[in-house]
Design a protein. Structure first.
Length: 123
């Protein structure tokens, strides 16, 4: 599942901020429940992606803990007005602008070999 800010054309993985003292997996479960009402059955940490990007007038940095998630029922109806959620098949995944681009490549590789990844755009 991917999400998109309605004001932009590119997609990204759903997620959010980790609260102080919260585990990344717990944050993921909370965010998925808050944003799209997903009830998660199982998760598996599959990779870490460090990314820098330009926003406004300065560089930002993020660290993404990337999980494979199994849900009872897939839902894509957003509970937040500024973002929307989408499911892509393999063909559409390849065509869409999913960012960060290095993470898109890592996800494609993971789908084939199921090997944990760590990527970075931080120099």
């Amino acid at each position: 599942m991917f999400c998109r800010d309605k004001k932009k054309k590119h997609y990204f993985l759903p997620g959010g901020h980790v609260e102080f003292g919260e585990f990344t997996e717990s944050a993921l479960l909370r965010e998925l429940k808050e944003e799209v009402s997903l009830e998660v059955i199982d998760t598996k940490l599959i990779g870490i992606a460090e990314n820098k990007y330009f926003q406004g007038s300065k560089y930002q940095q993020e660290i993404n803990f990337v999980y494979y998630v199994q849900c009872d029922k897939l839902k894509t109806e957003s509970k937040e007005g500024h973002i929307e959620f989408h499911l892509f098949d393999r063909q559409r995944f390849e065509k869409e602008d999913i960012r960060p681009k290095d993470l898109k490549k890592a996800l494609s590789k993971w789908e084939k070999d199921k090997e944990f990844f760590h990527i970075t755009t931080i120099d």
